[in-house]
Design a protein around this ligand. Structure first.
Ligand code: IPM
Ligand code: MG
Length: 372
């Protein structure tokens, strides 16, 4: 298969982790005889620095004509700490999601057996957790009308949803549940918010088309608690934009590091793949950023094009790296010399030599492998 992939690696650790994902995709292309072409463009703080625009027109054009987008991370403290900043890196990402119609953000959360002890949560509570969060991504309070009074003392953000916006992501969530454990949990605040009551009504109607899928409802405050108390109860979580943003960061605790969580943002025409973590500016260029979220996002890209064997091979390589503790310091208490690019090298090596892995890998901790 030939794919044109736009690479928007962005700010902070974005470029480092995205490089590892590209390395892995190139190894897949060789092994499976695909052609993946990568075209880079700027987004976020780096685009503001160069063009005074967090999403330059050329970047958006490249995304529109590409088959898929690989996204790194955006954000820089010089904008975070300045509430009066008129342009912000995040505007680039939000505009990209909106302009490309990427309305469904899919965030898988998994408790890897080899990492159970890395989570601050009790192992017996999180073991076997496997959740897929469907977060609505182009509506709600993120995109509603924003107001600030003339005197600057009162501000508001409107949370608005239409039936159509709810239906289209609900269908995706139910379809996904049919391939998993046949359960959708709608997370909302229907005891308080009118928009949440619309979500309940619309999702209940959509559910009638999926009789094999069980639908239940949880208020977001309770869901936040249930997620860490008993995460195994969840299969697919369906929720609006801001609740999804918050609970997906919370859910990352189950996996042991936010550096593991990948995501796919899909619409009817375009698809973008990005780690859920931010730009982690303090770690930039130190070689300590975990590339696995980005690498697993590349696996989701391959899934999107139904290259399932290729995606599974990446996931197998990742699981092996976690098992052998070929991981960055966020997950590694044993070895202190495993850098971002060493993790990528290991996964690339696994893909290129799946047969020969054990021999090679046993030397890795000793620094005797060729890839170290
Ligand atoms: C995410 C991020 C973004 C969001 C920010 C960077 C705008 O937190 O993708 O979860 O809030 O959607
Ligand atoms: Mg977030």
């Amino acid at each position: 298969m030939k794919l044109n992939i736009a690479v928007l690696s962005g700010d902070g650790i974005g470029p480092e982790v995205t490089n590892e994902a590209i390395k892995v995709l190139k190894a897949i292309a060789v092994e499976f005889d695909h052609t993946f072409l990568f075209n880079h463009a700027k987004v976020g703080a780096t685009a503001i620095d160069h063009f005074n625009n967090p999403l330059p027109d050329d970047t958006l054009e490249l995304c529109k004509k590409s088959d898929a987008i690989l996204f790194g991370a955006i954000g820089h403290p010089k904008y975070d700490n300045d509430p009066s900043a008129k342009v912000r890196p995040e505007q680039g990402l939000l505009k990209l999601r909106k302009s490309l119609g990427l309305y469904a953000n899919i965030r898988p959360v998994k408790a890897y057996d080899s990492l159970l002890d890395k989570s601050p949560l009790k192992q017996e509570n999180i073991k076997d957790t496997d959740i897929s969060i469907y977060r609505e991504l182009t509506g709600g309070i993120y995109f509603g009308e924003k107001k600030i009074s003339d005197d600057g003392n009162t501000a508001s953000d409107l949370c608005e949803y239409s039936k159509h916006e709810i239906e289209r992501i609900a269908h995706l969530a139910f379809k996904s549940a049919q391939t998993r454990k046949n359960k959708v949990t709608l997370v909302d605040k229907a005891n308080v918010l009118e928009s949440s009551r619309l979500w309940r009504k619309v999702v209940t109607d959509v559910a009638k088309k999926y009789v094999d899928v069980e639908l239940d409802f949880l208020f977001v405050d309770n869901a936040a608690m249930q997620l860490i108390l008993n995460p195994r109860q969840f299969d697919v979580i369906l929720t609006e934009n801001m609740f999804g943003d918050i609970i997906s960061d919370e859910a990352s605790i189950i996996g042991g590091s936010i550096g593991l969580l990948a995501s796919a943002s899909v619409g009817d025409k375009h698809a973008m793949f990005e780690p859920i973590h931010g730009s982690y500016p303090q770690a930039t260029n130190k070689g300590i950023a975990n590339p696995i979220a980005s690498i697993l996002s590349a696996a989701m890209l391959l899934d999107h094009f139904e290259l399932f064997d290729e995606a599974d091979l990446i996931r197998a390589a990742v699981e092996r790296s976690l098992k052998l503790e070929i991981t960055t310091p966020d997950l590694n208490t044993t070895y202190d010399n495993i850098t971002t690019s060493k993790v990528g090298d290991f996964i690339e090596d696994y893909i290129s030599n799946p047969k020969d892995t054990n021999l090679n890998f046993s030397n890795i901790h000793l620094g005797q492998s060729t890839i170290i």
